[in-house]
Every structure is written in structure tokens, then in C-alpha cells.
Design a protein around this ligand. Structure first.
Ligand SMILES: Nc1ncnc2c1ncn2[C@@H]1O[C@H](COP(=O)(O)OP(=O)(O)OP(=O)(O)O)[C@@H](O)[C@H]1O
Ligand SMILES: [Mg+2]
Length: 394
């Protein structure tokens, strides 16, 4: 029963989120900067640092992984030595989790319990010093540790770069969507130089097209997808500039196409995949909102239809109508404003303040992640069903 060869997908692993492709397109500049920043480590064993920042799916993680792999290969090929560990702070979000992962890189049998953080840091230092080679520590999604009570660990690790003796050194690559410099203390900041920031901009449509074309070539059977379908994928993704979203959409579309008899990915498969991803993004979040915030959001979704932005005043007018429709009393302006801010905190909408030509400042609302029509439909469905899920604490 599993004998039938897959008509569409040649190698599904190539579509997985942690696959590092052979070639990265449109990240040449970032790779070059990394090379410049880390040259002192390769040539003189000195500690170096870099901070990678940019939006979702802009290639920060994959670039850091590729750079470390390339450095390892270069060292192996030129008789030099180096070592590196990659830590995702979302997966290992505690001090203990990070330290165990680091120590087990050197000592796989290190016990899970029985050592304090200080003892573990001392043990780590010994391993690094006895390794007598440059060591690169990559902290991906570092902001998660920095925003938590575990930020002290990041401070201690950044200071490691200064204290290591012998032929070893500790270099660091920190990755975060947000700038971390404000989150670091002064001492860490001085070892972690401000100038070493490498920015990752959102991808343009053409860049997304190149990325997705390359990935389709690696992962799909030949002839399984037409160029204009890849174009459609890039078009859908361009508002986000997020390569992950586009790859995920290709993967979903490929699985949908696999079920059909034609053996090719059609534009409709892409549209279905797109709809599936939208519902993943938002359904839980929406169900978690309380009645008052659902009504405020429905007002925004209806008012913004067809417009990129709307003023809060315009949204508030629609809000009054929506409340009446659902038999609820509309809240006052300050309360409505609080709902909008809460919705922004859950990343369902964005607000920006603009100075108007006539003077004064006006708040504008945008809904970047879901077509407003879709959003309104989902909210209306939830408002009409008697049990509409958990409610968020604000
Ligand atoms: N320039 C590129 N060339 C080829 N593939 C890319 C490129 N940029 C990103 N990708 C792919 O897109 C996906 C998302 O990239 P990545 O995980 O590096 O994003 P990120 O910036 O770390 O996002 P996040 O902030 O959400 O962690 C991965 O599958 C990655 O392989
Ligand atoms: Mg990442």
C-alpha cells in the first residue's frame, strides 16, 4: 500500500522548518558581515560577537546555522579547530535547560540533577578551557531568556567571553526579532558590541520567489509545480516578507496536491493551503477573546474592509453599530481604546500614531495577518455559537 511513489514530493525533509539548504539566496551581505566579524576568531582565536535581528522568517536562524557549518568546514579543511553549540531559547527557556544542554555537548553523561547553576558554569568553563579551541555559542530567540527571570544567565554567558583562559575563547551570536541591546546590562553590552548588529529585512516578492523556486527544486518532483503557481505563492507571502510562511504554504499545497490525481500543485491547492494557515494563525487566539473584545475586533474587521488602515474614530463608529446588533451596551472611548491596545498585545492587530496635516495626532489601526473579511466571518461565527472558548486574562 505504501509502494506508490509520490508524484509531487520528492524529498519532504527539504520542506521541514529546520532544514538548512545548501545555498542561501539574498543573504550574501549578512553572510559577508558575519565573516568580517568572525575573522579575528578564525585567524587569531579571539572572542567575537554578532547580533542578528529582523522579523519573522527573514532567515536569521538559517543564516546563523549555515555560517557556523561553513566555519566548521573551513576550519576542518585548513587544519584549524573550533567548536560550536546552537541553543534555541524558546525550547530551552530555563537557566537549567540551557546549562545542561551546553555541558552535555562536552559531557553527554552529565547528570540532570544535583548541581547548582554556579557549579554548572564552573564545569562549563573547565570544558571550554581544556578544549583549547575557539568556541561559538549561538543563542537563538535570546529575547525569551532576556525577558524572563533567567536573564542573569545571558549576562554570565556574555561575560564568559572575557574570562576564558588559555588557547580557548568564547564567541557569541545572539539572535532575536527585537533589539536586545536595551535588555542587556552595561557590562554585557560592553562585551557585546553595539556595532555588531546585522539586520535582516523582510523579503521582497522577487526574493521570496527565488527562495521558493529553489526550495521547490530541491523538494518536489520535476514538473510538479508551474512557475506561475510559485509566483502566486510569492505574491501571497509578500505582505509578510516571511520565507517560512511561503515554504509552509508550499508544503501544505504539495500534500493537498498529493491527494489529487493530477500530480501537480495547482493555484487552488495554494489557495486552500493559504486558508489552512490563516485558520491556524488565528482561530485559537480569537476563541480566547472575551465578548467585549470580540465585539471591538469585529468592528475593526468590518470597518477596515478594503482599506489598509483605519482611524480609531472610524472603528469606534462601527463599534457602536456592532454592539447594538449584538444587544450589548457600547463602552466609552477610553474603554474601547483599552480593548484595541489589548488586541494589539495579542498581535491580532497593529496600531500606529500619525501626525495629521491639520495638526494633532491620530491612532490608525491595521490588521496585517488575516483578510478582514475572513476575520469578520470567524468572529461572527464565534459570537453566534453559545460556547466560544477560553477567555484571555488581560
Ligand atoms: N535566504 C534564504 N534562502 C533559502 N531559504 C531561506 C532563506 N531565508 C529563509 N529561508 C527558509 O525560510 C524559513 C524561515 O527562516 P528562518 O527560520 O531562518 O527565519 P527566522 O528569521 O529565524 O525567523 P523567526 O524570527 O521566526 O525565528 C526556513 O525554512 C529557512 O530555511
Ligand atoms: Mg529563527
Amino acid at each position: 500500500m505504501f509502494d506508490r511513489a509520490s508524484a509531487v514530493i520528492k524529498d519532504g525533509k527539504k520542506l521541514s522548518f529546520d532544514y538548512v539548504p545548501e545555498k542561501l539566496v539574498h543573504r550574501e551581505e549578512q553572510m559577508r558581515r558575519l565573516e568580517t566579524l568572525f575573522r579575528p576568531m578564525i585567524t587569531g582565536g579571539l572572542p567575537c560577537s554578532a547580533f542578528l535581528t529582523g522579523g519573522v522568517g527573514t532567515g536569521k536562524t538559517v543564516t546563523a546555522k549555515k555560517f557556523c557549518n561553513d566555519m566548521m568546514k573551513y576550519c576542518a579543511g585548513s587544519g584549524r579547530q573550533m567548536d560550536h553549540v546552537f541553543i534555541n531559547c524558546r525550547i530551552r527557556s530555563t537557566e537549567h535547560g540551557v546549562l545542561i544542554h551546553l555541558i552535555r555537548h562536552f559531557d553527554p553523561g552529565f547528570p540532570d540533577r544535583g548541581f547548582s547553576a554556579d557549579e554548572m558554569l564552573r564545569s562549563l568553563r573547565k570544558h571550554i578551557e581544556s578544549g583549547s579551541r575557539p568556541f561559538v555559542l549561538v543563542l537563538d530567540e535570546a529575547d525569551i531568556l532576556l525577558k524572563s527571570s533567567n536573564r542573569n544567565l545571558v549576562y554570565q554567558l556574555t561575560r564568559f567571553t572575557e574570562d576564558i583562559r588559555g588557547n580557548s575563547s568564547v564567541s557569541m551570536i545572539m539572535i532575536s526579532q527585537e533589539h536586545v541591546s536595551e535588555m542587556l546590562d552595561d557590562a554585557s553590552m560592553s562585551s557585546f558590541k553595539r556595532a555588531n548588529t546585522i539586520k535582516f529585512d523582510r523579503y521582497t516578492k522577487d526574493e521570496l520567489k527565488d527562495i521558493i523556486t529553489m526550495r521547490a527544486g530541491e523538494a518536489l518532483a520535476s514538473g510538479a509545480v508551474d512557475d506561475d503557481v510559485l509566483d502566486l505563492l510569492a505574491d501571497i507571502g509578500k505582505g509578510y516578507g516571511d520565507a517560512r510562511l511561503v515554504i509552509e504554504m508550499l508544503e501544505k499545497a504539495a500534500y493537498i496536491a498529493e491527494e489529487s490525481t493530477e500530480g501537480v500543485i495547482t493555484a487552488d491547492d495554494v489557495r486552500s493551503a493559504n486558508a489552512m494557515i490563516y485558520s491556524n494563525v488565528s482561530e485559537n487566539k480569537l476563541a480566547g477573546l472575551d465578548l467585549k473584545r470580540k465585539l471591538a475586533l469585529l468592528a475593526v474587521a468590518r470597518a477596515i474592509k478594503g482599506e489598509p488602515y483605519i482611524s480609531i474614530t472610524k472603528a469606534e463608529k462601527t463599534y457602536a453599530v456592532v454592539c447594538e446588533e449584538y444587544g450589548q451596551a457600547a463602552r466609552k472611548h477610553t474603554q474601547f481604546w483599552t480593548y484595541i491596545q489589548d488586541l494589539e498585545k495579542t498581535n491580532i492587530l497593529d496600531t500606529t500614531v500619525r501626525s495629521e496635516a491639520e495638526g494633532g495626532r491620530v491612532t490608525y489601526i491595521s490588521v496585517p495577518d488575516i483578510p478582514p473579511k475572513e476575520l469578520a466571518k470567524k468572529l461572527e461565527y464565534l459570537l453566534d455559537s453559545p460556547t466560544s472558548g477560553n477567555e484571555y486574562e488581560f
